[in-house]
Write a protein that binds this ligand. Structure first.
Ligand SMILES: *Cc1c(COP(=O)(O)O)cnc(C)c1O
Length: 398
């Protein structure tokens, strides 16, 4: 039967993934998310691989805010926003996101993936150009594909290449430069000050996806635009509620009022998908209130990051330089990175190994992500494990 060939084809593709070592196994946690987690084999490990930058994921602080929201507004809405799916906390959260980021208005989505999938098509048409960093997140790439605008790419964070793309697109009606605020594989920060300069020089718009920055980059945690001193000069900011801001799910676009209004009228993932659960809207509101009143979590995260970055360098590891809580510890060789991550697991430390095709060939690494929730003791124990595994595998002097 023809269907048999279909299923056999899938099985063969899956087998090939396994043979190439590219098959992704899901790790099952038997505990909350946090600075340590219990795996389903019952072992408690120090967790260095969640996007839990501010330590709010799994924190009891949010249980209370979530309980309050659920008691008042219930569990679900069974409606899109514009029919009967907008409650007070949705409007309050949109206002709070816009204020936190220093933007006019904001609109919620079920995920940042949806925000990026829905932001380009209503705003940019066949006479326009979108100029995108080559390392931008998959959701940006997919979102751009859904629009009729001409597509251009520039080399990662390469301002000369970006300038060339701007120079060659002068005939287009509107131009948008789009970049991740922070590139999550390397922890490198987009050169947003220079990007804004070029945008002004060439009359282009600027969009950032600040999923790995909102809540903790910049002096008061507003994001990459605050970090680079360009608040008020970025046209569109997309981001997630699923990382630093509590870690449940949800995304947003923040921009000028006419942009957000247009998205409310025309953005397909917004119009044709259910409202964010009220429990998430209410709890996210509590997160933004807390982050607006104190930089304590952000400060603790950066202190942990500086501590870990200095110590891992002193141990003798090669890391991608920077200041972001994503720390790429370079092993270069894919099997070595896998063995290293496995040995760290045995020593009680959870990190993820990345190798080609997720990162360029010859740039295999383990990625460490720091959190405000990590204690000094946990970081010291993790660093001791890095030292031990590194010496065992011959990566460090003895
Ligand atoms: C994680 C991430 C997303 C997706 O966020 P979700 O809210 O989980 O869909 C989008 N863009 C970037 C840059 C991300 O890192």
């Amino acid at each position: 039967m023809r269907q048999d060939a279909f299923y056999a084809g899938l099985r063969q593709n899956l087998d090939e993934l396994r043979a190439q070592g590219l098959y992704k196994q899901e790790r099952v946690l038997a505990s909350r998310q946090g600075s340590t987690v219990v795996c389903d084999d019952g072992r408690r490990l120090i967790n260095l691989c969640a996007n839990n930058y501010l330590g709010l994921s799994g924190d009891a602080f949010l249980d209370g805010a979530a309980r309050e929201a659920i008691e008042r507004y219930g569990y679900g809405l069974s409606s899109v926003r514009f029919i009967c799916g907008t409650q007070t906390p949705h409007k309050q959260l949109e206002r709070a996101i816009a204020d936190f980021l220093g933007m006019e208005d904001a609109i919620l989505y079920a995920a940042a993936f949806d925000a990026n999938a829905g932001v380009f098509e209503p705003l940019f048409g066949e006479y326009d150009a979108i100029i995108s960093d080559e390392l931008n997140h998959a959701s940006i790439i997919d979102g751009i594909r859904l629009s009729k605008a001409a597509r251009y790419r520039y080399a990662n964070n390469d301002m000369l290449d970006l300038e060339m793309r701007l120079a060659e697109t002068g005939h287009k009606q509107h131009r948008l430069i789009v970049t991740d605020g922070v590139f999550s594989m390397d922890g490198t920060i987009a050169r947003l000050d220079k990007i804004c300069e070029l945008a002004e020089q060439f009359g282009a718009l600027v969009m950032i996806d600040d999923s790995h920055a909102t809540g903790f980059m910049g002096a008061t945690g507003r994001g990459t635009h605050e970090h680079h001193g360009v608040m008020g000069r970025v046209d569109i900011i997309t981001g997630t509620l699923g990382k630093a801001l509590g870690g449940a799910m949800g995304g947003f676009v923040a921009a000028r009022r006419e942009v957000v209004d247009t998205l409310r009228q025309k953005s397909r993932p917004y119009l044709f998908s259910n409202s964010l659960a009220p429990v998430i809207a209410g709890a996210s509101l509590a997160v933004l209130e807390r982050l607006s009143s104190s930089t304590e979590l952000r400060d603790r995260l950066h202190a942990n990051t500086a501590y870990f970055r200095r110590a891992i360098g002193e141990l003798g590891f090669t890391v991608k330089p920077g200041t972001h809580p994503v720390v790429a510890v370079m092993l270069f060789d894919a099997p070595l990175a896998q063995r290293f991550a496995r040995r760290l697991y045995d020593l009680g430390v959870l990190v993820s190994g990345f190798f080609y095709p997720v990162v360029p060939l010859g740039e295999a690494r383990v990625r460490v992500q720091l959190s405000a929730a990590h204690t000094r003791e946990q970081l010291d124990a993790a660093l001791a494990a890095f030292g031990e595994a590194g010496r065992e595998l011959g990566l460090l002097g003895r």
